[in-house]
Ligand binder design. Structure first.
Ligand code: FES
Length: 157
């Protein structure tokens, strides 16, 4: 269900909220997938918080809805099932570990590659969950698999 009327500016319509499901359902399954204005997203319910992001991993298009959630450096991340990239649920940052080769005693440190996976906004109203697509004007790596020739809607991966 689109909350906005059909008379809306078509360019703005892409950023109107779309109903994706019921709160009681995602609280049981802890994740769901949806198509929001022709863009496939995954919504996670993790430790009382909702997070939505592009469903296909920024690295090579892996199916993030099939990944496990783990904490790295105290930050909950989805771990892509294809090559184990770690993506923070809250910000879409790619995390990696680095070590200083000149200092063998140094412990590996968690570092960020910056925002790689586009994060969308989840709102809950009266038990209904809505997703609003991000219109942040930066080029996000996950856009590659969410738009254009590489977009796959309702794929089986
Ligand atoms: Fe996700 Fe490679 S496709 S880690």
């Amino acid at each position: 269900m689109d909350l906005d009327g059909s008379e809306q500016d078509p360019e703005m319509k892409e950023y109107s909220s779309v109903y994706v499901g019921r709160e009681e359902d995602i609280k049981k399954s802890e994740r769901m997938t949806a198509v929001v204005h022709d863009r496939e997203v995954v919504i996670f319910y993790h430790k009382g918080e909702y997070h939505a992001m592009d469903i296909r991993c920024y690295h090579s298009g892996g199916p993030l809805h099939l990944g496990d959630i783990e904490d790295f450096d105290g930050r909950p991340c989805i771990v892509c099932p294809w090559h184990k990239y770690k993506i923070t649920l809250a910000t879409g940052e790619g995390l990696y570990q680095s070590i200083n080769p000149r200092d063998p005693s140094a412990k590996p440190k968690w570092c960020s590659k910056g925002v790689k996976q586009r994060i969308h906004t989840v709102t809950v109203d009266n038990g209904n969950i809505y997703v609003t697509l991000s219109n942040e004007p930066f080029k996000c790596d996950s856009d590659f698999y969410a738009t254009g020739d590489f977009k796959v809607i309702r794929s089986s991966f």
